[in-house]
Design a protein around this ligand. Sequence first.
Ligand code: GDP
Ligand code: CA
Length: 353
Amino acid sequence: MTRVTVLAGGVGGARFTRGLLQYLASEDARDAANSPFGGAEGALSGTSAEEQASEVTVIVNTGDDMWLDGLRICPDLDTVMYTLGGGISEEQGWGRAEESRRTSAEIAAYGRGWSWFTLGDLDLATHIVRTDLLKNGATLSAATEFLCRRWQPGARLLPMSDQFVETHVRLAADADEHRAGDLIHFEEWWVRYRATVPVTEFVQVGLADAVAAPGVLEAIRDADVVILPPSNPVVSVGTILAIPGIRDALRATSARVVGISPIIAGSAVRGMADACLSTIGVETSALAVGLHYGSRQGDGVLDAWLVDETDAAAVPALEAAGIRSAAVPLWMTDVAATAQIAAEALRSEVATR
Ligand code: GDP
Ligand code: CA
């Protein structure tokens, strides 16, 4: 049994975790078959599969969360929950499969809502249930646990914080009704402007009053391996690391901390992560992002960093900086390929300090 804790954003974090769960399930099945308590005898001796099963905790970025039409929207939590629970739209990578948009159209007919952000009808049910729980006093952790009872994601999903921390961007130029210098919600910059309007900084509104959600620091402390999956290093993993205590927990844990590059051959693969990296002055390359996270031997958070095979030239520089590194295929083309990435991340040569 292995205890793995993942610090995830939305699509990249969710897809990686789905592959990780598949890999761990195959490992657990193999261990059970090989164990003296496994197989039929295991059932007789009372050693349940549960006791042998690996445990995965996903600490999810909630910096993209926002209020919309009176509802609390948690894009990354929902992407992880739907992906692991089998409800995701595979084509989009987010939102529900077989979705319709009649309610959004009706809201637009009232001149309400945000024209650039559509909420699907099935997805809206999740937001309504979550908002109802929150309005009745539940924490975001408790609401998430409740929603997961239906989706059975096969991993424990924890919001990074129960306090509302929202990522905003400061505009460097005028855009529609916004003026240069204004702060707008990250999702508006990302979805409405496709990250094309230049910004000067990311601001985590509410951070001063935030603490890590219950179980978050313990999940980092008690893990065998902590994984930074191929999620956006700035607005997904970076936001999680900004929550007081989380970075210190990563630096203090006896677990190995292994990261997987979201950048392949100088490109962000999917999405506009390069616009986030350039805003904080980090080059869009597997090497630069690995060095940005840094080695735990210095003041960083990584023991190891996987780069794609096309970025093999970065390995010596990473090793010289005190970060174990290996170059392996990092395209999450399907679940089997992603399970292979997870296997590489857990391989002892990479993961052992
Ligand atoms: P978001 O919240 O939906 O933007 O998702 P994440 O922050 O979890 O992940 C987004 C990042 O995943 C993108 O910026 C890409 O860099 C990365 N990504 C997406 N697909 C792949 C892939 O197939 N392989 C790798 N290595 N990275 C990927
Ligand atoms: Ca996100």
